[in-house]
Design a protein around this ligand. Structure first.
Ligand code: K1U
Ligand code: ZN
Length: 174
């Protein structure tokens, strides 16, 4: 089932998400719903707070393009255990901040530890777009958005644009 994605500004996007103790059937359904929502958007990642759930769960699949094999990942309690000194700048977007992109600089490679849908501990090193995306999604679990890396002025302009977008969408839905 597709879920609706919260648009910034929303207090639920600013909260620190709670750790998951056990992966219940309900959380497995949520992970599947988030993957459907992400592919439908379309996007390459999604965090539970973006669908209004304050749990430490992210999904991602950065295998873009028609030729590539999909690689959907669901990560519970993901944490970065090490980061490269080398940095990378990427023009990031966010499904909670539609049609808005900005350069963000982050470590080029990160090693992430998480719990998979079966409750098993997994560790893997990501680089390139995968590394950018997994860091962006883990930030969501801390209530942090990519616009928090920008100047206060840029952030304010983007926030105003989103307030207007939400007002227009609410008016159109009426
Ligand atoms: O967290 C999110 O809101 C999803 C976001 C993830 C992300 C994108 C770029 C850099 C870091 C993290 C998106 O998926 S925005 C949409 C997007 O980037 C995209 C959409 C379709 C095809 C390819 C990319
Ligand atoms: Zn995002």
């Amino acid at each position: 089932m597709k879920r609706s994605i919260l648009i910034h500004p929303d207090p639920r996007l600013k909260k620190v998400a709670a750790a998951v103790d056990d992966v219940s059937d309900e959380l497995r359904v949520l992970a599947n719903d988030m993957l459907s929502t992400m592919y439908d958007a379309p996007g390459i990642g999604l965090a539970a707070p973006q669908v209004g759930v304050g749990a430490r769960l992210i999904v991602l699949d950065c295998e873009k393009g028609d030729e590539s094999t999909p690689r959907p990942l669901a990560m519970f309690n993901p944490e970065v255990v090490s980061s490269s000194d080398e940095m990378n700048t990427y023009d990031e977007g966010c499904l909670s901040i539609p049609d808005t992109y900005a350069d963000v600089t982050r470590p080029e490679a990160v090693t992430v530890r998480w719990m998979d849908v079966n409750g098993n501990a997994v560790e893997e090193t990501f680089d390139g777009l995968w590394a950018t995306c997994v860091q962006h999604e883990i930030d969501h679990l801390e209530g942090k958005l990519f616009i928090d890396y920008l100047s206060a002025l840029k952030r304010q302009l983007i926030t105003r644009k989103m307030v207007k977008l939400k007002r227009d969408r609410a008016r159109d839905a009426f």
